[in-house]
Write a protein that binds this ligand. Structure first.
Ligand code: GLU
Length: 462
């Protein structure tokens, strides 16, 4: 069974790069009827926070990416890690190193002065003397001193590392007993039964160290997929300004989970030239072997395009429910359908949709001056008066088409162009020259509010 995982360090919010690898891991597990597990890597007590863990879980909840089983918290597993440290010490695969901080610093400085790679020199690797006093030892693993460590990567192919170039006997437990990152990741992945690891390629350089741990403990290696980074349009690492921000900020900006996930799945993965993927399609089609070898480019226009697609295709009931998050209660509005049918075509984000809705439903308290001047020259007031009289006399105005007919009649009766009624009416109803179709706006507002706005505009121009 395929078991994947997402393993965030709760040092901050969940950002979209992390979310993308989580999505890939989720899709691959679901496709194979496997499991997608969540592990919170909260061993760094100085940098972790409970709030960050909660923020990550909240983001998953919003996106509907449900993990299987219970969450594993590394901070609760000290005993497990201690057991493996002891095992490696007993088997002679790890050892206590008593090198003092000063000596280690000295060693580093000498290596740097000689332009050598800084690494531990193995001083205590085969030590069997009496331990020096006053130094709490760290525990180092016996890493291979030469030869090749091969990462068989599902995205990058075989990546070979030379032991002497990248390894030393790295620390697996600090002087206070705290186990280190690469050590616990390997143990947890094994104990959680993870057999496919999909993560950012910023972790590729950790993988040889983790392989050393797997091998020392006799664990089978998982299959690795290291996913290239997301870049901005200038080909640089994505910055906060480009969108490398908190996933929940996307919610605040009015993006839908469907659009965001669809956007992310296409960053580094494709299926022909298909752009729109439902969750079912993503699960059905995704395969990590198809992940691109090069970095992907973040493109805000694409995200906006996808978001407007999902908004346009959402049911009005769902949209009304989502708009409650923006303080709008539309569920009992008798023209909810007309309003949302008209506005969802125009909104890039839910926030846009909320703003457009508020704009229509709020009686203008002032008018755009330029629009007013342009629309109310000539006999605009008498045209509006004639239109007002026409709709007052008509008790059958319900649909946009009813209002459209009324406007058409005025145009014919007064022998004027459409703009002569359209422009002043638009300014009267919306306070400015732009906005959705007037027939829809009037149908949404109803006759009384339409009349009120016309009267207000006439008063403002008399
Ligand atoms: N905790 C690591 C991070 O947040 C991920 C570790 C992994 O995926 O192996 O970057």
């Amino acid at each position: 069974m395929t078991v994947t995982r997402f393993a965030p360090s709760p040092t901050g919010y969940l950002h979209i790069g992390g979310l993308r690898t989580a999505l890939f891991s989720y899709l691959w597990a679901k496709k194979n009827n496997g499991k997608f597990l969540l592990r919170i890597e909260d061993t760094d007590k100085a940098r972790n926070s409970k709030e960050a863990t909660e923020a990550i879980l909240k983001a998953f909840d919003w996106l509907g990416l449900n993990h299987d089983g219970v969450i594993t918290y590394q901070s609760q597993r000290d005993e497990i890690y201690a057991k493996y440290i002891k095992q490696l010490l007993d088997e002679g695969k790890a050892y206590k190193c008593y090198m003092s901080k000063e000596e280690l610093t000295q060693l580093r400085e000498t290596q740097m002065a000689n332009n050598e790679r800084t690494k531990y020199n193995g001083k205590f690797r085969d030590f069997d003397g009496t331990a020096p006093e006053g130094i709490e030892p760290v525990i180092r693993i016996k890493a291979p001193l030469s030869g090749e460590i091969l990462v068989k990567d599902g995205v990058k192919g075989d990546v070979s590392f030379q032991a002497q170039d990248i390894l030393d006997d790295f620390v697996i437990a600090r002087a206070d007993g705290a186990p280190t990152y690469n050590f616990v990741v390997a143990i947890d992945d094994h104990l959680m039964g993870i057999n496919e690891v999909i993560r950012g390629d910023d972790h590729l350089s950790n993988t040889p160290k983790q392989i050393v741990v797997y091998e020392a403990l006799g664990f089978d290696l998982p299959k690795f997929y290291h996913v290239p980074m997301i870049h901005n349009s200038a080909g640089k690492k994505l910055s906060k300004r480009d969108g490398a921000t908190d996933v929940m900020a996307y919610k605040e900006m009015g993006y839908t989970p469907e659009a965001l996930l669809n956007f992310l799945v296409r960053l580094g993965w494709s299926h022909g030239d298909q752009e729109i993927f439902s969750m079912d399609e993503m699960i059905h089609l995704f395969d990590p072997s198809d992940i691109n070898k090069s970095a992907s480019i973040y493109n805000t226009e694409k995200l906006d395009w996808l978001n407007s697609h999902y908004i346009k295709n959402s049911s009005n009931d769902l949209l009304a429910q989502l708009l409650t998050g923006y303080g709008l209660v539309l569920s009992s509005h008798d023209k909810k359908e007309i309003l949302l049918d008209e506005l969802k075509k125009r909104a890039k984000t839910l926030k846009d949709l909320a703003d457009l809705t508020k704009e229509i439903l709020t009686t203008p308290s002032s008018y755009d001056e330029k629009a007013l001047k342009k629309a109310f020259k000539g006999d605009a007031v008498s045209v509006l008066n004639a239109f007002g009289a026409k709709i007052t006399a008509n008790d059958n105005l319900h649909l946009p088409s009813d209002y459209h007919t009324a406007m058409q009649e005025i145009v014919t009766e007064l022998e004027i162009g459409f703009g002569k009624i359209g422009q002043p009416l638009r300014v009267a109803l919306l306070g400015k020259m732009s906005g959705p179709g007037l027939d829809s706006v009037m149908a949404i507002l109803g006759k009384d509010e339409t009349m009120l706005r016309i009267a207000n505009a006439i008063a403002a121009n008399s």
